[in-house]
Structures are given as C-alpha cells and as structure tokens.
Design a binder for this molecule. Structure first.
Ligand code: FAD
Ligand code: SIN
Length: 528
C-alpha cells in the first residue's frame, strides 16, 4: 500500500505527539508507532521535567547546572535557548491536559491554581522538577495521547514498524556520506499484523523513535528502545554525533529476573535517601562533595567501583529517613513495586545497581530540529541537539523533547506552507523478496543476548582500549552473521531491531574509540 501525507511522524512518545499536535493545525498528520501508542520511555519517566517556574530559582542557575553536568562540552546557545523556552512549553503541556502536582493546601490568590510542587534531583542546585507523584511520564503520555486522539487531522497507526527512510538511494542514485543534498521522501514501514511493507510518502518526516538502551543487557528502557531512528539515519548516510555518551542511571532496582530494570527515581535522593554499601555505610564522601546528589556519571562510576571492590552485584539506597508518610504518598509506584517483591521501603534498604538509561547522542540536528538530510527532522531521545554535552542533567530530557518538538514544528510548517516541496511519487515500493527461515527466531534472540553482554562488559560505565577492541572484534562477527541472515530472509520486526542494535553498538564503539579524553559519561582507564 502507498500512503501520502503532509507530515509523517515516527514515534508516539512525548516528542512525536508534541510535534504532531502543533503541525496538525496546518496539514494531515500520520503517526507510525511500532507497538501500542502509549508504549515508550516516556510513560516510564518517574522524576519529572525540569523548568524554572518561580523567582526563587533563575534561568542562570538552571543553565549553569546543565553546563556543569555536561562536563564543559554542551552547546551553550542551545542550553540557554532550551532553558529559557521551558516555562512556555510547560504551560502548553498543562493546556493539553497534563496535570503536575501542586503544593498541598497551597494558596490560590484570586482563584489562581496553587503553585507547582517542585522536586530536586542530582546536579540541580534548586528544587525545579515538575512532577506527577512518581509517575510523571505516564501522566504526560496520557495527556498528549488523548489530545492527539481527539484531533481530526491526526491518524495514529499502531504496530507499524518503520524500516528505512526513503532517499535518492531508493531512486537508484548513489548516496554516500559526502553526498551534499540527501533528501528524505518518507519511510518504508512493516505492518506487523500483515507482514506487508508499505510506502509512506510525506512532505516532512520527523523521527521521534526514542533511545537505544537495549544495546545493553541491563537497562531501564522498554523493549522498544532499539535505536531504530539512529540506525535508519546511519544507513541513509546522515550525520550522527556523541553516541559514546550512554548514560547509566545509578539506581535501578536489583531484581535480576526483571527486564527492563525498574527505576528508583533520583527524586528519592533529592528527598533525602542516601547510598550505602553492603555494610550499611555511606561511601559517596570518597567520590564527590555533593554526595548522593552528584551528577549521574559520577554517582554511577562510584557505585560501579564500590561493586567491583566488594565483588557484589548491588548495594543499597536507604530511603528510610524520608519518613513513612512522605514515602507512601510521594512515591506510591516505587513503594508498591518494592513491596511486591518483599521490600518495605519504609523499613528496608533498597538493593540497587546502575542500568543503561539514556542516550545523550543521536541524530545531529540544528536548532530547528532539522537533520543533515533535507526534510528529515528528529526530536527527543533519538536526536543530538548539543543540550546534554557529555552527560545529561536529570529531567532535562523530557524538556528537550518538548522544546525541540516545538522548534521542529515551526520550521516544518513553514516548509510545507512554502509549497516548494512535492511528495515524490516516483519512489518504488519495497522489494520484499526473501525466504522464511524457520531457525530465524533462535538465531536472533541468541545474537541479541550476546550483543547485550558484550556491550555491558566491554563498553559500559568504565572502558579501556583493550575492552573496546574486543567488543569491536566480536561485534564484527555478529554483524556478518546477521547481514547474511538479513540477505536470505523476509524482513521481520525482530530481525530489523537486531540489525539496528548492531548498528548502534558499532557507532557507540566507534565514537568511544575516537574520544581520546575522559569527559562526562565516557571514561576509559587508558585516559586517566
Ligand atoms: P519514547 O517515549 O521512547 O517513544 C519512542 C516512540 O518511537 C515509541 O512510540 C516507539 O514505539 C516508536 N518507535 C521506535 N522505533 C520505531 C520504529 N522503527 N517504527 C515505528 N515506531 C517506532 N527523562 C526526564 O526528563 N525525566 C524523567 O523523570 C525521566 N525518567 C525516566 C525513567 C525511565 C525508566 C526511563 C527509561 C527514561 C526516563 N527519562 C526521563 C528519559 C525520558 O523518559 C526519555 O528520554 C523520553 O521519554 C524519550 O521520549 P521520546 O519521545 O524521544 O521517545
Ligand atoms: C529519575 O527519575 O531518576 C530519572 C530522571 C531522568 O532520567 O531524567
């Protein structure tokens, strides 16, 4: 089947939905999403979204905190723009119907709503995290999805897996990374129910495909986070950047059988919980004067080191000092989750370990969210704007997604309304030749596990030249085997995801090897 729209959006998390709601006033929008529309990292966000809302805080302080966390390599202009735009984007989320917690019994002068209740997280010098209890992402996803479903110009198509973006390559032209004007005409997408590959043509395409946490064996990200957008742009010869900066969240719940790993929000440390070793002693004083509230790269490395010194698989987060009432009312999701596996966080310490959490790098975009490929935009976790530098400040991700979805929408609307760009009708349909291979599933699942272990052990929190070389050599074998499988079989979602994970792993290793200085999240023993 062939479809034509004005705006094509791949992904229905905070970035894709925010963009769609804005451009929908100016044309027909189709959102493709590979699972259920609500599934993605957005719905699992706990802590919240950072913004300067009141005079007790200031833009300068939030800018400074972001630059410090980013370890000196953020793009300062991008940081300033994003943080200054934040309050406007928050007000829009509220207009779409998203609810953030307000100060209990807060005064409402002249009928105005009470002030927002603000949390604090690692690396923030102020309380500035807007939240909805400890399930902020679920509330944001609900509010945006309901608004999108109400909009007559937006069609949401679930279980549609974007395989590749369509460029001149598909018109038979040779495209290399030196080709000056690569253009995007839309995407090919696999209908996961019928196994048919459809052609979607659009005037503008936005990739909002989220992160790639599943490159690693332990991750807080949902199974859909397989780096599809980044891999598609890599294959289309677009520009990618900063992929060596994979962020490991210091505190995921230690419950080895569970995938993805359940997050214990940093807001809990903001409320007073402290990290302790297996003997119940605090240890962060050995690593940073900000103790348990130091930026994530520092805390994750400290935990990794303590685990290696003691030979243990986890250590503890002690939240008991927060108090029973605050814990149960303020962190109901975490309280219930821990209780379900026999841990009463009002009485017991919580076993935690780091987990791959967020990819700071991605598809390189300018301040309008436009990639190096014409008419292709990217927003949210799959993009690299320059905001995060070497390490993302907590709760700046949801913020970046709404700010860049807005900027991209404004730019895309102008492009479409200029009328200079027509849908490319001569694009051929996908050639779906191939055999159905019965052994395929076991080959895919086993290879995926191998890949995830290689990346966890050799390209994790602490790296070295030798570990990166080993990872690269082993990946090469996996790559060749998987390409062989791809060339012989019909395309399926698991095979496509595996190829994308391999491409992302390759890019992470390549960029990690090229970074010859320890900065932010990239830490190599050979560069100390
Ligand atoms: P996602 O929400 O991940 O959505 C991606 C979408 O793309 C999905 O709809 C998916 O189905 C679709 N998709 C992907 N590939 C394809 C394909 N090939 N074809 C079709 N569709 C595709 N950040 C904060 O700022 N504050 C927090 O408190 C916070 N907490 C977090 C807690 C957890 C457990 C996790 C995992 C992350 C957290 N983050 C937080 C990070 C933040 O949630 C994510 O970076 C953000 O939600 C990403 O939004 P997104 O729209 O870019 O992608
Ligand atoms: C958390 O709640 O700790 C996650 C916040 C984030 O990833 O920004």
């Amino acid at each position: 089947m062939r479809y034509e729209v004005d705006f094509l959006v791949v992904g229905s998390g905070i970035a894709g939905l925010s963009f769609a709601l804005k451009v929908a006033e100016h044309g027909r929008v189709c959102i493709l999403t590979k699972g259920d529309a609500a599934e993605g990292s957005t719905r699992y966000a706990q802590g919240g979204i950072a913004a300067v809302m009141y005079d007790s805080d200031s833009f300068d302080k939030h800018i400074q905190d972001t630059l410090v966390a980013g370890d000196g390599i953020c793009d300062r202009e991008v940081v300033e723009m994003t943080i200054r735009e934040a309050p406007d984007r928050i007000r829009e989320l509220v207009q779409y119907g998203v609810e953030f917690d307000r100060v209990p019994n807060g005064k409402s002068p002249a009928g105005a709503p009470a002030k927002f209740d603000l949390h604090r997280e690692g690396g923030h010098s102020e309380f500035r995290i807007l939240h909805h209890k400890d399930n902020t992402g679920e509330e944001i996803e609900r509010g945006l999805l309901e608004a999108a479903r109400r909009h007559p110009n937006i069609e949401i198509k679930e279980r549609q897996f974007a395989i590749d973006i369509i460029t001149q390559h598909h018109l038979g032209q040779r495209v290399t990374k030196h080709t000056p004007d690569i253009e995007c005409y839309g995407v090919y997408a696999l209908d996961c129910d019928t196994n048919r590959i459809d052609t979607y043509l659009a005037k503008v395409t936005l990739l909002a495909t989220g992160g790639m946490g599943n490159v690693y064996s332990t991750t807080t990200t949902p199974v859909i986070s397989t780096g599809d957008g980044v891999a598609m742009v890599h294959r289309a010869r677009g520009v990618l950047s900063d992929l060596e900066f994979m962020q490991f969240h210091p505190t995921s719940l230690y419950n080895p059988a569970e995938k993805p790993a359940f997050l214990i929000t940093e807001a809990m440390r903001g409320a007073g919980a402290v990290l302790k070793d297996r003997d119940g002693k605090e240890f962060m004083q050995k690593y940073d004067k900000r103790l348990s509230l130091a930026p994530r790269d520092i805390v994750a490395r400290a935990i990794d080191n303590e685990m290696k010194l003691s030979g243990k698989d986890y250590l503890y987060l002690d939240a008991r000092g927060i108090g029973k009432k605050h814990l149960i009312e303020g962190f109901p999701t975490i309280y219930a989750k821990c209780l379900s596996i026999g841990i009463d966080i009002t009485r017991d310490m919580i076993p935690v370990r780091p987990a791959a959490h967020y990819q700071c790098g991605g598809i390189k975009v300018d301040r309008n969210g436009e990639s190096s490929i014409h008419h292709l935009y990217a927003a949210g976790e799959c993009s690299c704007t320059g905001l995060h530098g070497g390490n993302r400040l907590a709760s700046n991700s949801l913020l970046e997604a709404v700010v860049y979805a807005h900027n991209a929408a404004m730019s895309a609307i102008a492009k479409v309304e200029s009328g200079n760009w027509k849908v490319k009708n001569e694009v051929p349909d996908w050639n779906a030749e191939g055999m159905v291979l019965n052994e395929e599933m076991v080959l895919i699942t086993q290879t995926k596990k191998e890949l995830q272990e290689i990346m966890w052990n050799y390209v994790g929190i602490v790296r070295s030249d030798l570990r990166l070389q080993r990872a690269f050599d082993r990946l090469n074998l996996i790559f060749r085997e998987t390409e062989d499988l791809y060339n012989r079989s019909v395309l399926t979602e698991p095979l496509s995801e595996l190829r994308n994970l391999i491409a992302c792993a390759y890019l992470i290793i390549k960029m990690a090897r090229a970074r010859r200085q320890n900065v932010g999240l990239h830490y190599s023993l050979d560069l100390v």
